[in-house]
Write a protein that binds this ligand. Sequence first.
Ligand code: ACO
Length: 346
Amino acid sequence: MSATPPEKTLTNPRAKHGFIARTCSIAAVGAYVPERVLTNAELERVVDTSDEWITSRTGIKERRVAAVGEHTSDLAAAAALRAMERGGIKPEQIDLIIVATITPDMPFPATACLVQQKIGARNAAAFDLEAACSGFIFALEVGQQFIMSRTYDTVLVIGAEKLTSIIDWKDRNTCVLFGDGAGAAILQNRPNTHGLLTVCMGADGSKANLLSMPGGGSRCPATAESVGSRLHYLRMDGKETFKNAVQAMCQAGREVMRRCNIDISQIECIIPHQANQRILDAVGERLGAQPGQVFMNLDRFGNTSAASVAIALDEAVETGRIERGDLVLLLVFGAGLTWGAAVIEW
Ligand code: ACO
């Protein structure tokens, strides 16, 4: 039984667009970013860079940095509690917690288990999912499958990252790009309400070397030598990643719109992974988006990987940029390579 107040009845999105299945709705969203703001001006004192370069090449002006002692599970729990409060969801109602992250508190146990304890969701199963910056959409789809299969009724999906913990602060190519934060969504079975219409996901492991953290796994366990060689930091071939990101997000976006039999003019808001303003501009242009149709907040938060779309969705909802009934296109791309897209009727 949901404690959420009754909502405006919407057309069953699946029925409307030709899908007949148990409906999976996003009952509520929430987000949390750490208080500490790191500006481009401050980064000028850390590496050989400039506000002008960062702004013109990425669109990023500032990002958030977790406090000492504040970990991915703390960011995730804070975002989850906000979503639960908004949706009127009690901790014991949650059946499953999925945390999408590439910066877990530790290799194991799963960060989702730590979140379960922090929010008091004692009835929930919990596991992590790793699809880098694509993680939130992958986790939404996995969560949705549990609801549609009738295994669970309430699934908490979180994208959470403390990327500043794996950034090489001596590498100007990457350290200016990333930030910390978390976003959460609560999925529930609610007939005749808003929901996920369709999701597509993809991967190409042949390009795994474009974006990775080489150290810390079974291939290269931590040693004094691996740490000295800076293998425990994120590495990226920015140019190749850029090209692949534009191509993959456009393809995935077209695919989900085709499946729903809609075109870009019917989408109220496009919420892409907040990687780089130039990537988002290129994606918007290729998809035929109108000015203002692509949601951006990377100027304030940078690239928060799995948290990015979740934080942006929360902001779009909170600021009234999207309203119940609007069609929203989510687009993601990340290490793996991985990519995906989703159409939701908010
Ligand atoms: N400040 C000043 N100069 C810099 C900086 C900096 N912070 N970073 C790089 N430069 C220099 C480079 O050294 C290079 O100098 P050189 O020509 O003398 O060698 C010059 O600027 C141009 O570098 P490019 O790599 O060509 O710059 P580009 O325009 O490609 O922008 C960027 C780099 C921002 C990284 C871009 O390629 C990008 O955004 N790539 C995609 C990132 C992405 O989408 N990631 C998504 C997934 S993230 C995940 O999954 C965790």
